[in-house]
Design a protein around this ligand. Structure first.
Ligand code: FAD
Length: 461
């Protein structure tokens, strides 16, 4: 299938118009493809479109529930400086007017940036809004072409055939829940962070927040402004105190929950709590994708995939943008999109299906040797300075460092890789997320680096 000679200009469906889909649509158009974007919401921007609506099922475990896409909470500000978040030729700088000028702006500012991007590159014109993709499957006549079935919010169904489908549906909507022995008879209320917006409902309560990553920390301090006590339960906790708050305590993982409302932590400490908020991440979910088993999701590994993008047996007709998490997300969406666009036009070549499969299998074997669980398959960041990877050593030749990954893709499609300034800015910023304390967003001291970044932005004009 991959030896198929492709010429420029394919008919391509892009599913989802968040940051990934927007830049995918632009890159595909730039490469001469015709694009139809499918977006089930009324707007572009994906999860950055804040809504105060939450799902009725506060843990989002009911498969038949009405899904609310966004997981953004009211107080959310970016966890990276805006300068390193933007696309390569469309810097995320302060806009004139009513925006948020801060280095770590709020979610509205990110949405406005994405809307500006869509306007600049006329993306809206190629999008069918309020149209949900229900099914993507190979056509009967030709397994290299893809039938996309969709339904609009007004109930109109349709289908259309495409040469390729680029999947950009996001992966922060389907919650992962912590397994807690005894939870079924625990009388308190449980939530997943997907359904968290504001702290008001926790007024004067005792709340346990599970998860010590970015959103766990943000949500804990948000809730601490209203709650009586907040107890964060996370792996690797060494001390109980949390600087800056006297109603916030740190604990190891939960051992069990009991009928009397108490929760026991692994160090034997007991807390009587009113609510548990699971900030335990999300699952990849592609309910519309029918690939006859060529792509599966197992313990949060989407596979087999060649370099997180192409399923060997279905390439280049199916591709995924944005699966790797952490790291420089928007830049990654952009460079992956350039690769997909140039493979579809025949400008870049993929290896044979067998070779791609061999590479994927070798990558998975390497992760296993390193003791990295399957669910971290798509974890992409610079290993140094990131405590989540534990003993992982950067000298191991696994494509897991984001810079190596970007450089590799850039070579495949002859595009520019990550700019040195962006790499350095990210490296400063990621340390702040993990080690910069609660107010890291408002303490910025790398001014010289920022000056250099703005000199680079000036050259783009
Ligand atoms: P989304 O933004 O989720 O977009 C997916 C789109 O697909 C949506 O518009 C959805 O409606 C649509 N869709 C889904 N299914 C269908 C279907 N069947 N048919 C039609 N349309 C469909 N990254 C950063 O760089 N900086 C940050 O500070 C940052 N903060 C974050 C905070 C939170 C709480 C979360 C959850 C993530 C954060 N991220 C951050 C990471 C995030 O990955 C991105 O910034 C990014 O915007 C995600 O873009 P996306 O296009 O992959 O997905």
């Amino acid at each position: 299938m991959t030896s198929l000679i492709l010429s420029r200009g394919r008919h391509v469906a892009v599913i989802g118009l968040g940051a990934a889909g927007l830049v995918a649509a632009r890159e595909l158009c730039r490469e001469g493809h015709t694009v139809v974007g499918f977006e089930r919401e009324k707007h572009v921007g994906g999860l950055w479109m804040y809504t105060d609506r939450v799902e009725l099922d506060s843990l989002s475990v009911d498969p038949d529930r009405t899904v609310v896409h966004s997981s953004v909470y009211e107080s959310l500000r970016t966890n990276l400086p805006r300068e390193c978040m933007g696309f390569s030729d469309f810097p995320f700088v302060t806009r004139s007017g009513d925006g948020d000028p801060r280095r770590y702006p709020d979610h509205r500012e990110v949405l406005m940036y994405l809307q500006d991007f869509a306007k600049e590159f006329k993306i809206d014109e190629m999008v069918r809004f309020e149209t949900e993709v229900l099914c993507v499957e190979p056509t009967e006549k030709d397994s290299r072409r893809w039938r996309v079935q969709f339904k609009s919010s007004s109930g109109v169904s349709g289908e259309e055939t495409f040469d390729a489908v680029v999947v950009c549906n996001g992966h922060y909507t389907e919650p992962r829940i912590a397994h807690i022995p005894g939870i079924d008879s625990w009388p308190g209320k449980q939530f997943h962070s997907h359904n968290y917006r504001i702290p008001d409902q926790f007024k004067d309560q005792v709340v346990i927040v599970i998860g010590g990553q970015a959103s766990g920390n943000d949500i804990s301090s948000d809730i601490a402004s209203m709650a009586k006590e907040v107890h964060i339960s996370a792996k690797g906790v060494t001390s109980e105190s949390y600087s800056g708050y006297n109603n916030l305590r740190l604990h190891p993982p939960i051992y069990r929950a009991r009928e009397d409302g108490s929760v026991v932590f692994k160090n034997g400490k007991v807390v009587f709590a009113d609510a548990i908020v699971h900030c335990t991440g999300y699952k990849y979910h592609f309910p519309f994708l029918k690939t006859n088993g060529y792509v599966t999701v197992e313990d949060n590994r989407v596979g087999p995939l060649y370099k997180h993008v192409f399923p060997p047996a279905l390439a280049p007709g199916i591709s995924f943008i944005g699966l790797p998490f952490m790291g420089l997300q928007f830049f990654m969406f952009e460079i992956q999109s350039k690769w997909v666009a140039s493979v579809l036009s025949g400008q870049a070549k993929l290896p044979s299906e067998d070779k791609m499969m061999e590479e994927a299998i070798a990558f998975y074997a390497k992760l296993e040797d390193l003791g990295i669980p399957k669910r971290y398959t798509h974890f992409l960041t610079d290993p140094q300075g990131n405590p989540m990877l534990g003993n992982f050593k950067p000298e191991d030749k696994v494509v897991i460092s984001q810079s190596d990954y970007f450089n590799w893709i850039a070579e495949q499609c002859g595009c520019a890789s990550i700019e040195p300034w962006r790499e350095r800015l990210y490296s400063v910023a990621i340390k702040k997320v993990f080690f910069g304390g609660d107010c890291y967003r408002d303490r910025w001291d790398a001014d010289q680096l920022i000056e250099e970044v703005y000199r680079e932005f000036a050259k783009l004009k």
